[in-house]
Design a protein around this ligand. Structure first.
Ligand code: GLU
Length: 293
């Protein structure tokens, strides 16, 4: 049974890039007659914006994208993450680390196999050893991807000194606990995947299949900023953004009056091969307001 998911971080309102990830993962799941679940990744309290989680969920609903199961909040799952960290520690794969960002500057920010800083009274971070691991995986959209973990990531943090469980560990624990078979998300996370597969391997968890959607760029060709696509999508007028998101994914939107009708048509007509691997800039929503949708 196909199980897909969308895992937003409540760091702001839903913008076009996240809508593309939500819609892309939803389309793959629905086209495979699978389930689609939403997980709120709210463990980074420093970056969390109050009210954003509820706002994201309400916006998804307005767009016709509703979780098939109760939404899981990572903030309530610390014990599960601790258990995974302790399993890794018991097997000798993790160690405590006091190195600061500036300690790692001479190493290009990549932690070497041995710590640079000495133990202090401050709480430590926990890092997982990557040894000489080279990970290769076949991404359904981006093709074969290979990463030499020691060179590109180094021994990486799975538990932060300040905020606790790090994204890489939480995502791996939850994808396995929720039985996720297929991960469809933005290509900005492509280079995190080998680290996550490494943790899956160390924890004896299954590897899901991966599909990384094209990155949404601003009109200036850079990552989203001050572009229509970086603005929150309008929950009161979902059709223009939904049509743009479908086009961005290479799908042809039908002329419909409701998000539900548009989505139902999009599932029937869904062609995963039409999704480009290349990053691109979406058409501005304004033009679409005059469009068939
Ligand atoms: N929470 C992550 C984000 O919003 C996405 C995690 C994932 O899809 O693996 O960037």
């Amino acid at each position: 049974m196909y199980r897909g998911r969308f895992a937003p971080s409540p760091t702001g309102r839903l913008h076009f890039g996240s809508l593309v990830a939500a819609l892309g993962s939803w389309l793959f799941a629905r086209a495979a007659n699978g389930r689609w679940i939403v997980r709120m990744e709210d463990i980074d309290h420093e970056r969390e914006v109050p009210g954003a989680a509820a706002d994201i969920l309400a916006t998804l609903s307005a767009f016709g994208l509703q979780s098939d199961e109760p939404v899981v909040f990572q903030s309530a799952r610390t014990e599960l993450y601790k258990a995974a960290r302790d399993r890794l520690a018991a097997a000798g794969h993790v160690y405590r680390c006091w190195c600061s960002r500036s300690d790692l500057e001479p190493y290009g920010g990549i932690h070497p196999a041995e710590c640079v800083a000495h133990e202090t009274t401050r709480p430590p971070a926990w890092r997982v050893r990557v040894y000489g691991e080279i990970r290769t995986f076949a991404d359904a959209i981006q093709g074969t991807t290979t990463q030499h973990l020691a060179r590109t990531a180094g021994d990486f943090v799975i538990w932060r000194a300040d905020t606790g469980c790090a994204y890489q560990l939480a995502v791996v624990v939850d994808d396995a606990a929720q039985g996720v078979t297929d991960i469809v998300r933005g290509a900005d996370l492509l280079d995190s995947t080998p680290r996550q597969m490494w943790l899956q391997h160390l924890l004896g968890l299954p590897h899901p299949r991966y599909a990384h959607l094209p990155l949404v760029l601003g009109a200036d060709g850079r990552k989203l900023s001050k572009h229509t696509a970086a603005l929150p999508v309008d929950a009161h007028d979902p059709l223009p953004a939904l049509c743009t998101a479908l086009r961005f994914l290479g799908q042809a939107p039908a002329a419909c009056h409701t998000p539900h009708a548009l989505l139902a048509h999009a599932v029937r007509a869904f062609d995963a091969r039409a999704i480009s691997h290349a990053t691109s800039t979406p058409a501005p929503f304004v033009a679409l307001r005059k469009d068939v949708c």
